[in-house]
Design a binder for this molecule. Structure first.
Ligand code: NAD
Ligand code: UGA
Length: 463
């Protein structure tokens, strides 16, 4: 497929990315860094976000990203709100818009909401003045590429080839993940134009990704592999959390079990950290998306199997709150509870689907007073919980814990394992409780200080 009617090999190479979020911004910053001969324009309808990308303070916290953006912004990386121009000017277009769970109609609370993608497909079709390669960066249901191709190529003057190139970066380690990915996955049609388009995208990644890490598949396999990867990762967390409940009931220690089990090279040790539950914008959404696909294909047993990963996660969050209530004499009314961490994981300010949200809401229902602490995510958590009377926010963990009855560790920020718990204990109301939702503290030392220590998947240490 010729890229465009008038493009020659000497023309500057250009890429656009629609969607300047957690995926679009970082992926294009790394691509700009590694491909200096490409001019990359990232566009978004969110003016505030684009202004932030063009400012000293980027729209979100991601370790190492500021430095990279500074190196390339204004040279070969540009941020703009002019979506129309970007579509007109670029023949290689990544689309990294949001694909949240549907909150209405058929498939409500389970299927992916494709409205943002669909709008873009129509926009590209109406604006295009040349052939285009459209690359799905967003996570999408299987066969979305096919549906989008139908929209893009119906009554269209120019041809659009749709590829699937799902993103596997994790927040908090996005820069490292993008610079040194385990794999890059590119799905295309097995036609001449599909393979030619795929090779254009392979060419981009080949600037820094070794050939053996670039996997090419058909489009449907690429789309499905993304959902499956997230389902498998989340499944490990739900499995170890299920085992945590067994450990608490039997006197086994979940970290010892995880170490013993993970030592088997067939199983591996990663993603076996028992916790208050997984969060983030994608695990729940993508698993439910997979569940919906199974149901649509009448694969009800498969749907139920995957749905239980999410059910187990909900149960783990509920169990965490239930354990708090039980340990603190079945009443939290008027008690002050200090929450350490509201980001869904360490090294991000993202609170989307953070376990801190259902935990905080359940405690508010129990009429507890909350003091929420976090090194980066307070601003975002405030937006989620709104201005509630009995919730306050204090960044300093020592100040936050003062006069509280209990501390809950929800996010695995490294510093929470290293605090001076003697000093914290002294400032708290007694008996003082520590509910470690991430198994981070030296629990024996904290018990010795005077805390009643409740960990995940371990017998409590109580006075
Ligand atoms: P996000 O919400 O941070 O960013 C999406 C952006 O798209 C928003 O800024 C929004 O304004 C913009 N947008 C929506 N409609 C638009 C339109 N018509 N024109 C221009 N811009 C538009 O989302 P995200 O976290 O970056 O995720 C994007 C996709 O990538 C999702 O499908 C997600 O599942 C997937 N993904 C996310 C991660 C992650 O770590 N966040 C990792 C891998 C894959
Ligand atoms: C996850 C995947 O790891 C990425 O590969 C994927 O690209 C991304 O989803 C996506 O599609 O959005 P992310 O959600 O950013 O990345 O973060 P993870 O490191 O996977 O953690 C997810 C949640 O699981 C966090 O709440 C984390 O604290 C929790 N977790 C993780 C555990 O509770 N235990 C573990 O052992 C590992």
């Amino acid at each position: 497929m010729p890229l465009s009617k008038n493009e020659t090999s000497e023309a500057p190479k250009k890429i656009a990315c629609i969607g300047a979020g957690y995926v679009g911004g970082p992926t294009m910053a790394i691509t700009a860094l590694k491909c200096p001969e490409y001019i990359i324009t990232v566009v978004d309808i969110n003016k505030k976000r684009i202004n932030e990308w063009n400012s000293e303070k980027l729209p979100f916290y991601e370790p190492g990203l500021d430095d990279i953006v500074k190196q390339v912004r204004g040279k070969n990386l540009f941020f703009s709100t002019n979506v129309k121009q970007a579509i007109e000017d670029n023949d290689i277009i990544f689309v990294a818009v949001n694909t949240p769970t549907k909150t209405y109609g058929i498939g409500e609370n389970i299927a992916a909401d494709l409205q943002y993608w669909e709008v873009i497909a129509r926009q590209i079709r109406d604006i295009a003045k040349s052939n285009k390669i459209i690359i799905e960066k967003s996570t999408l249901p299987v066969k979305t590429a096919e549906a989008m191709e139908t929209i893009l190529n119906t009554n269209a003057e120019y041809h659009c080839e749709v590829l699937s190139n799902p993103e596997f970066l994790a927040e908090g380690t996005a820069v490292k993940d993008l610079l040194d990915p385990d794999r890059v996955l590119i799905g295309s049609r097995d036609t001449d134009s599909g393979i030619q388009a795929r090779d254009e995208v392979v060419k981009i990644y080949s600037h820094w990704v070794p050939p053996d890490k670039i996997i090419t598949t058909n489009t449907f396999s690429a789309e499905l592999s993304k959902l499956v990867s997230n389902a498998f990762l989340a499944q490990r967390v739900s499995s170890i959390n299920a085992i945590a409940s067994v450990c608490e009931a039997t006197g086994a220690d979940v970290q010892e079990v995880a170490k013993a089990v993970g030592a088997d090279s067939r199983i591996g040790s990663k993603f076996l950290q028992a916790s208050v539950g997984f969060g983030g914008s994608c695990f729940r959404k993508d698993i439910l998306n997979l569940v919906y696909i199974c149901r649509m294909n009448n694969l009800y047993e498969a749907a139920e199997y995957f749905e239980n990963i999410v059910n187990m996660n909900n149960y783990q969050q509920y169990r965490f709150v239930k354990n708090i209530l039980k340990a603190m004499f079945n009443t939290l009314a008027g008690r002050t509870i200090c929450i350490y961490g509201c980001a869904f994981k360490a090294n991000t300010d993202d609170v989307r689907d953070s376990p801190a949200i259902p935990v905080a809401k359940a405690l508010i229902e129990e009429k507890a007073n909350l003091v929420i602490s976090d090194p980066k995510a307070i601003k975002n958590m405030k937006k989620v919980l709104g201005g509630l009377e009995n919730v306050s926010y204090v960044e300093d963990p020592y100040e936050a814990a003062t006069n509280s009855h209990a501390i809950l560790i929800i996010t695995e920020w490294e510093q929470y394992g290293k605090l001076n718990y003697q000093k914290i204990y002294e400032s708290m109301v007694k008996p003082a409780y520590l509910f470690d939702g991430r198994n981070m503290v030296d629990r024996k030392a904290c018990y010795k200080i005077g805390f009643n220590v409740h960990s995940i998947g371990k017998s409590p240490l109580t006075h």
